[in-house]
Design a protein around this ligand. Sequence first.
Ligand SMILES: [Fe+2]
Ligand SMILES: [Fe+2]
Length: 239
Amino acid sequence: MTAAATTVRDIALEQPASIRVFEKFGIDYCCGGRKAIALACQERSLDLQTVLAAIESAAHGEGEPAQEWASASLEALCEHIVKTHHDYVRREIPRLWLLAQKVVARHGDTHPELVHIQQLIRGAGEDLIQHLGKEEQILFPSIVNMERNLTACGPRSLGCFGSVRNPIRVMMAEHDAAGDALAQIRRLSHDFVPPEGACPTYVGFYRALAEFEQDLHRHVHLENNILFPRAIEMDESCG
Ligand SMILES: [Fe+2]
Ligand SMILES: [Fe+2]
């Protein structure tokens, strides 16, 4: 059984099937994952033993495919992130903006929290689109070049492409900002639960936001917890 003091991030890394449990209980395992599972449960008013038991039983079910990324090439991981998560963000953000516009026009007067959610998703969406561009144009190519160079020349070879630590630090700060915006949206929307009798657009908007948060958590988990630490380790081996 997992210890109460183990961090959420470490559980997600060591037992990838736990990610589904964290999603189900609304526990942040990526940006906010550096805290003990006991504290994360306390903050969400969840019973620790119930969550630990769910993690235990998930571990005996199907494994998450994310497991393989701990040993795949960084180039393959970067490609996967772009094709799976970056493309999704680019597709979803305009759709979320449109849905937000519709629900605010129809229900913003009786549900003022929708106006706040609309502002948050607009700001976070604009920032995220820029963020994807920086990863695709600057950071990911640096990581891929570093890996290719190391594979070709061996450790301690010349020509590693400068430290990846600085761009990684910037990307992680941007992940925190996006995670904070989504956490605020989750609070304002009462965990993405629409009011009784809400119209289909309202329901669809909240469902789309919940899916967007889930994808963002998976995306940031792959970057913060797998890609970036492996890239830093490789950078250090360049000497
Ligand atoms: Fe990304
Ligand atoms: Fe990112």
